[in-house]
Design a binder for this molecule. Structure first.
Ligand SMILES: *Cc1c(COP(=O)(O)O)cnc(C)c1O
Length: 376
């Protein structure tokens, strides 16, 4: 993934938004109710008044760009996605800056990944223009829902699914693309807290030639049981190893992973095709390189990590993704090992990178890589 800046100019964004026909709800949430849910939003439980939508039919391509009232979808019981999981999604955030303007972070990167995921799932590609245009159209319609509290944002969830009622096994000839939005507060209520991680032994997330590099619901379905079992054993998250040799670190169910050595070098698993190419991952690689750290994308053997934790050669481990940004790892365990990471607290570089990235996202620091895109 490149770190080049957005290619859509502000004037072009106006034209893209204008393609969306807006029909407003006649039962909007009251100001009091909205303000109450913006005070302490719980992740993914409250949604704004509208959703953006585009329909695809094999014969017509993408048609009917619109913003319409948020509400249930009516699905025929034979709808293909319910049977064969032909579905992909994205996750990004809209941030309110001090002057009231609303921005998002590297949407072109999410749009490009969405197109790659679509290709792998035999879904039609949506253009970067339609992807970014749909985000801006929805955010402008529901701009009063973007929270202004510290570390609060409007989480944007674009997704696409096979909507054709048909039980035959082939790519759907009808597809719906939607964007819904949910106000979210700080991921860590009461301050960043290191998480504990269990390394999965009996399960893998993805294998060679599979869908591991695509952001699809099926990958998440497969990660739920290992996650539940890790939690039963008292751990917060599960980390998966590669499916071929069962030896190399891959990632968590929904976050990429980084290892910081005492010598200051920063390591992360290389993209082998079964790891999701995180936008946060790629941004952090850039930020730590900017700080002068040696950055290494390579296969990281679990055995090497365990040894490094025991000897002190490994100083910090963290996970990253859009929702939590950067999560320090305080403990890493499997059936044959159990180590505190760097004394169990949050690592210094971990917290510095977290602060730097969120400062850029919230407009408190210069956007020197051109990552921010104004939506409203
Ligand atoms: C979305 C996701 C990530 C994180 O990607 P970001 O673009 O940084 O949000 C990591 N791993 C998996 C499996 C994911 O689905």
């Amino acid at each position: 993934m490149t770190t080049t800046s957005s290619t859509i100019l502000p004037a072009e964004l106006e034209d893209l938004v204008a393609l969306f026909e807006v029909s407003r709800t006649d039962a909007p949430t009251s100001d009091e109710e909205r303000e109450a849910s913006l005070q302490a939003p719980k992740f993914g439980t409250v949604f704004t008044d509208h959703m953006a939508r585009i329909t695809w039919r094999a014969a017509d391509g993408w048609v009917d760009r619109r913003v319409e009232p948020y509400g249930p979808l009516q699905l025929d019981p034979a709808t293909a996605v319910l049977h064969y999981a032909q579905e992909i999604f994205e996750g990004l955030k809209a941030y309110k800056h001090a002057d009231g303007s609303v921005w998002t972070f590297r949407p072109d990167a999410n749009a490009a990944r969405f197109a790659r995921s679509a290709h792998r799932l035999a879904l039609p590609a949506l253009t970067v223009d339609d992807f970014v245009g749909s985000l801006a159209a929805l955010v402008r319609t529901d701009v009063s829902w973007v929270p202004s509290g510290e570390d609060s944002s409007l989480y944007l969830r674009p997704f696409m699914y096979a909507s054709e009622p048909f039980l035959g096994v082939r790519p759907s000839a009808e597809v719906e693309y939607l964007v819904i939005a949910s106000p979210v507060g700080p991921y860590f209520a009461g301050g960043v807290k290191p998480v504990s991680i269990w390394v999965a032994e009996d399960y893998h997330r993805a294998g060679p030639g599979g869908t591991g590099a695509a952001k699809c619901g099926g990958n998440y379905a497969a990660s739920l049981l290992p996650q539940v079992e890790a939690q039963k054993n008292g751990f917060d998250q599960v980390c998966f190893l590669d499916a071929v040799e069962d030896k190399y670190l891959e990632e968590l169910g929904g976050m990429n992973v980084f290892v910081v050595k005492a010598d200051g070098s920063v390591h992360t698993p290389e993209l082998t095709g079964s790891i999701l190419e995180g936008v946060t991952r790629s941004s952090i690689l850039q930020l730590v390189a900017d700080r002068g750290h040696e950055v290494v994308e390579r296969r990281i053997p679990l055995a090497e990590l365990v040894k490094g934790l025991a000897s002190g050669e490994v100083a910090e481990v963290f996970a990253c993704g859009t929702a939590a940004v950067v999560t320090p790892v305080g403990r890493l365990a499997g059936s044959t090992f159990d180590h505190a990471v760097g004394g169990g607290g949050a690592g210094e570089l971990t917290m510095a990178v977290r602060a730097e990235l969120t400062d850029i996202q919230y407009g408190r620091a210069a956007d020197r890589h051109g990552w921010m895109r104004r939506l409203a």
